[in-house]
Design a protein around this ligand. Sequence first.
Ligand SMILES: NC(=O)c1ccc[n+]([C@@H]2O[C@H](COP(=O)([O-])OP(=O)(O)OC[C@H]3O[C@@H](n4cnc5c(N)ncnc54)[C@H](OP(=O)(O)O)[C@@H]3O)[C@@H](O)[C@H]2O)c1
Length: 316
Amino acid sequence: MEKIRFGRTEMMVTPLTLGTWGIGGAGWDPNSDETRLDAIAAAVECGINFIDTAPAYNAGQAERYIGKALEDMGKGQREKVYIATKCANAFIGGQYVRSGRGDLILKQCEESLRNLRTDYIDLMIVHWPDPVVPYEETFGALNRLKEEGSVRHIGVSNFSLEELQKAMECADVEALQLQFSMVNQNNTKVLEWAHAHDLGVMTYGSLGGGILTGRYRTLKTYETMDNRNRFYPYFREPLFSRVMELLDVMQPVADRHGVTLAQVAINWSRQKCFVDTSIFGAQTRERILSNTACLNWSLTEEEMQELDRAILEKLG
Ligand SMILES: NC(=O)c1ccc[n+]([C@@H]2O[C@H](COP(=O)([O-])OP(=O)(O)OC[C@H]3O[C@@H](n4cnc5c(N)ncnc54)[C@H](OP(=O)(O)O)[C@@H]3O)[C@@H](O)[C@H]2O)c1
């Protein structure tokens, strides 16, 4: 699989990153341990070399699956992949709790290393900004972890441009992770700025939390803590109907290439010049292999423009 230099780091990453929020379990569809472990193995076997996770993904469960899957695959598998995990956000008693406190970050990192069965984390990302704790404290803890060798690179997620620039004054921030997809372009300017300043850019929610795969054609109600209810707003009106209309424009494009809607959505995101790697979440081998086949073809410039026009028309 093709590899791209990740910002100014030495990391050569694949244009697709496996996201493991769903694999972790909480707030997404249930699956067996075997299915989830096999999904991680499938991603590595088909050449994906970047895995995104977080202690907040079901209180470390996603990290534990990754640690076990890589160990089960045999010696040397850990070194074949880059692992990005996060800090400053936890999942406690079914609730997400944010804190940039330095002592918590050190403790979270220790737990992540244990969960992942490794002694280093390639990229440690501050999951969400904490407006209360001084950045000097949060990034001071990350600098210490980097000096000790537990963390190789520092990144941030869900930071505004102002917050990112403030963070860059406190540490050598080398990566940015933000939501970006056909249904969410709110962060385009920050992503472009990061790319222009040589940060590694990884984008999440490439499938709009699944709605861009075409698997949801009727609106249903999800439980309060289901991420299709609490995190992604596309599973509610008026957005739901507008996204359905967008799928009608995507379908002929998919048909022309003989591919799935999911592949069209991922390619639209990974083909944007400021995106280094697009993260998608999927819990089964079959979905991962099917989505990864997007690398066998590309949207033409005309198709990119056609889709951009449809997004503007349907979603504004
Ligand atoms: N930094 C942050 O704050 C943040 C926030 C959100 C996400 N992320 C990261 O980004 C990753 C990706 O985002 P996401 O997982 O939230 O959303 P996503 O990738 O946009 O969509 C994931 C959803 O799409 C479904 N799906 C994937 N491929 C499919 C296919 N071929 N056919 C049908 N359904 C398919 C998945 O189903 P199954 O899971 O049932 O297979 C899942 O429900 C996360 O896993 C996480 O690593 C980071």
